[in-house]
Design a protein around this ligand. Structure first.
Ligand code: MG
Length: 165
């Protein structure tokens, strides 16, 4: 088994959608970025790539590349999963922490888990999404941006087989 961690931050600005874990959360301000700026899915992808030893999302999806402009990060997650499956990795479980003063995430947590679980093709019980504030402190507390952390565990099917032999 292999562990990976991911972290990401995006600014909150007017005139953008607030897409988190593939779910559009109603908000007066949205996340600024080259893609849909889904900060939590970005942290998740970096955790997945980190666990697999495949680098990070900047390496595969550079923000200078026009083909990724405003793209849904779920499409990028599908690409990351294809890379993992090619390397015979499957996701054991994933845990995500969203750090935001607002908007309120709790009504959307279940939908976020369902969305990510279906893209990673794992049971929903193996995907945890939680949100916290930083009590008004720092850039998340001031509502300037949203941060996200993710930790994942990967299982290498090939290695498991080799170890059994
Ligand atoms: Mg990002």
């Amino acid at each position: 088994m292999r562990i990976g961690h991911g972290y990401d931050v995006h600014r909150l600005v007017p005139g953008r959608k607030c897409v988190i874990c593939g779910v559009e959360v109603p908000s007066e301000v949205g996340l600024l970025g080259h893609s849909d700026a889904d900060v939590a899915t970005h942290a998740l992808m970096d955790a997945l790539l980190g666990a697999a030893g495949l680098g990070d999302i900047g390496r595969f999806f550079p923000d200078t590349d026009e083909q990724y402009k405003d793209i849904s990060s779920l499409i990028l997650l599908d690409c990351v999963m294809q890379k993992l499956w090619t390397e015979k990795f499957s996701v054991g479980n994933a845990d995500i922490t969203i750090i935001a003063q607002k908007p309120k995430m709790s009504p959307f947590i279940q939908q976020m888990r369902e969305t990510l679980a279906s893209h990673m093709r794992i049971p929903i019980d193996n995907v945890n999404v939680k949100a916290t504030t930083e009590e008004g402190l720092g850039f998340t507390g001031k509502g300037l941006g949203i941060a996200a952390h993710s930790v994942v565990l990967l299982e290498n099917l090939q290695q498991g087989k080799a170890m059994m032999l």
